[in-house]
Design a protein. Structure first.
Length: 387
């Protein structure tokens, strides 16, 4: 068989590609394991449309038009009568600036390089970002990017086509979070606009904890340089009116926490980021920026755990027990659902994505402070403990 990421030949029983490190087992779920995304809800979906789409999907499947190596899934999950489209996310890079596209390329990969230290890894990421800041890059945006990099220790920031005022508001979100969570500094390598294909209109932003950005000129290709990223869908973040309308609708319907704004989906993704840092602390791993042979097994364990929401579930269980001790006995899922509809998100296998509960709890507390749902407060207290 061949690696579905780099095409390298691998044995049938291999779990990882020995060239690029891709996790080969259950490839159909790889995107879900490596990416946590914030999606809008389409509150205007009616049963007739659902039936039509379902029939169309069956026809498409029967014609084998979706026969790529990765599985393609469209489903509907009713949460508080809100239709939610769940699709596999596929990043589509476009180097031409369009109306709601960015020229920033987020999936560059460097192979056969010489990298020996964390400083080398950061320089590689920073240089890749800097070289994309062409002559038409707005100076005001560059200043905002440099402020974020310097103040909050994010290695690379690329917001090229974003409205200046919108970019400033995003900086305020990051500032607020870093002030309350000082340990959040230094682990996020990229905050960037990205292009998603037309099937992914519902993805507002996403957190990618691991992306193999660089491989070395050694027999094992290690050390690897790993990017940890928050990516912002250009279709929304270059169209403030669209993101504002979508988020406002989802907040009023209960799909997102109360008082959500066009800026707050970034807080949700940073909630995933903090949860990821909590897990790194749990595994006594200081960083995954540079993966050598000694860190390889720990790296795979972390990827698997985060993908399966194992430690996220552990944190939720602890928060739930604290809540029951202090308040009332309540069903675990009903308890989580008090935060928002999206706190009960499921994957394509119908399994709960427990880290979405944590991200929504963090989102709620970020937005509403002392007025946040009590469930969110209990969850965030446990998150703070591990971060």
């Amino acid at each position: 068989m061949f690696c579905n990421k780099c095409g390298n030949f691998v044995e049938d029983n291999q779990q990882y590609c020995n060239k690029c490190g891709n996790y080969l087992e259950n490839n159909a779920q790889k995107w879900q394991n490596d990416n946590y995304e914030y999606r809008k809800s389409n509150s205007k979906i009616v049963p007739v449309i659902i039936i039509i789409i379902s029939i169309a999907l069956i026809i498409l499947l029967s014609m084998k038009l979706l026969s790529q190596k990765k599985d393609y899934y469209i489903g509907y999950q009713n949460i508080d009568e809100v239709g939610v489209v769940e699709e596999e996310a596929v990043v589509e890079q476009d180097t031409k600036k369009g109306k709601y596209k960015t020229a920033i390329i987020t999936d560059n990969v460097y192979s056969g390089i010489s990298v020996n230290s964390v400083a080398d890894a950061k320089k590689l990421i920073s240089d890749d970002s800097t070289k994309q800041k062409s002559s038409d890059y707005p100076e005001e945006i560059i200043k905002i990017e440099n402020d974020i990099i310097k103040k909050y220790s994010i290695t690379a920031v690329n917001l090229k086509e974003m409205d200046v005022e919108f970019a400033k508001e995003l900086e305020d979100v990051i500032a607020n979070i870093c002030e309350n969570y000082p340990n959040a500094r230094g682990h996020l390598t990229n905050l960037t606009l990205t292009n998603l294909n037309m099937m992914e209109d519902g993805v507002i932003a996403l957190f990618r904890p691991t992306f193999i950005f660089g491989t070395s000129n050694t027999a094992t290709t290690r050390p690897w340089v790993i990017k940890t990223q928050v990516q912002l869908n250009a279709k929304y973040f270059l169209n403030p009116e669209r993101i504002e309308a979508s988020v406002d609708s989802c907040s009023k319907s209960g799909h997102f926490p109360p008082n959500s704004t066009k800026y707050s989906p970034v807080a949700h993704e940073l909630g995933h980021y903090l949860s990821f840092l909590a897990m790194l602390n749990h595994y006594e791993t200081d960083s995954i920026l540079l993966i050598n042979d000694n860190k390889l097994q720990a790296y795979y364990n972390i990827i698997k755990d985060f993908g399966n929401s194992t430690f996220s579930k552990q944190m939720l269980d602890e928060a739930y027990q604290n809540y029951v001790r202090d308040n009332e006995i309540i069903d675990f899922d009903e308890w989580r659902g008090r935060i928002s509809g999206y706190a009960l998100a499921k994957d394509e296998e119908g399994e709960y994505i427990y880290d979405e509960t944590i991200a929504e709890a963090f989102h709620d507390v970020y937005l509403n402070g002392d007025s946040a749902n009590i469930v969110s407060k209990y969850i965030v207290e446990v998150l703070k403990k591990y971060v």
